[in-house]
Design a protein around this ligand. Structure first.
Ligand SMILES: NC(=O)c1ccc[n+]([C@@H]2O[C@H](COP(=O)([O-])OP(=O)(O)OC[C@H]3O[C@@H](n4cnc5c(N)ncnc54)[C@H](OP(=O)(O)O)[C@@H]3O)[C@@H](O)[C@H]2O)c1
Length: 259
């Protein structure tokens, strides 16, 4: 297992990863960069390539919160930097409305440097039934695109500058339809940040290229779990991604799953 010790906001190693990401493969892989095994696979091989990554922070027993919803923080500080690095490498960050209601996240890039001159990632909320409050922090005007996915025929979101995309929602929005709608407005590199329902649907639909599972050295023992997929009878039907693992400070272990 590789140990990653480089967790400052804009270390030379992270800046080298950004340079490679911004160059769309034209910059050679930074040699001797301890971050490259983790982030190199997330940099675009060529311009315009689709890439979908999910992320999940959980306890050893797979929980993402206590039964009362207390979840800050299961993982350590490096895990937060890692999440912001993932945001810095994508066109859009997608969350379900459940996460916005529970946490009111900002969904911006604060704990990692970004490539100069690139737009901050768009913030996308899947909100088929119109539960999103106009005061949600992720709708704050700060230069990033703010996009809400609603069912076909649903009202537009009436917050200045916020885009509404309509996606068929009978029986739930299909992740492939969500991705097609985002691709249609130029967003091809996507981080599915959570929560459990949203991430599980993308994984079940086979729509993730990669999944980062950050496991904290903690057993919660009760409360919601991060992934719910359809029942299987036999382990031969279990998903078996190619997995690399990385040790982080404070005992977290990051499992990088490639599908
Ligand atoms: N540990 C982590 O890494 C992490 C990351 C993010 C969030 N979280 C936690 O996750 C919890 C929230 O998770 P959650 O599962 O309750 O909610 P969620 O996944 O954030 O949102 C679920 C809701 O979003 C809508 N939605 C999402 N995908 C949809 C689809 N494909 N089709 C139709 N509707 C879709 C539905 O809204 P309607 O019900 O309105 O139809 C659904 O009920 C919070 O406690 C948060 O703290 C943890």
């Amino acid at each position: 297992m590789d140990a990653i010790v480089d967790w400052d906001r804009d270390t030379p190693q992270w800046l080298a990863v950004l340079a490679a990401a911004g160059g769309c493969g034209s910059v050679p892989a930074p040699l001797h960069n301890a971050l490259w095994p983790l982030y190199g696979p997330l940099t675009p091989a060529k311009s315009g390539e689709d890439f979908i990554i999910g992320q999940l922070g959980q306890s050893l027993d797979g929980r993402i919160a206590t039964p009362t919803g207390h979840s800050h923080y299961i993982n350590g500080k490096a895990a937060i930097v890692h999440l912001h690095r993932l945001r810095a490498l994508v066109d859009a960050v997608v969350v379900g409305i459940g996460t916005v209601v529970a946490d009111d996240p900002q969904l911006n890039v604060r704990h990692a440097a970004m490539n100069k001159g690139t737009l901050p990632p768009a913030r996308v909320v899947i909100d088929p039934s119109g539960r999103l409050a106009s005061t949600a922090k992720c709708l704050t005007e700060d230069g990033a695109r703010r996009i809400v996915l609603r069912g076909m025929g649903a009202d537009h979101v009436s917050v200045s500058g916020v885009e509404t995309l309509h996606v068929p929602s009978a029986g739930g929005m299909k992740p492939a339809d969500i991705l097609a709608a985002l691709r249609g407005i130029g967003l091809r590199r996507i981080l599915v940040e959570g929560g459990a329902h949203t991430l599980s649907r993308f994984l079940q639909a086979g729509c993730l290229n990669r999944l980062h599972i950050m496991t904290a050295p903690m057993i919660i023992g009760s409360g919601p779990i991060g992934l719910h997929l359809a029942d299987i009878d036999n382990l031969s039907a279990a998903l078996r991604p190619r997995v690399a693992s990385f040790a982080l400070p404070e005992g977290d272990i990051l499992f990088d799953c490639a599908f």
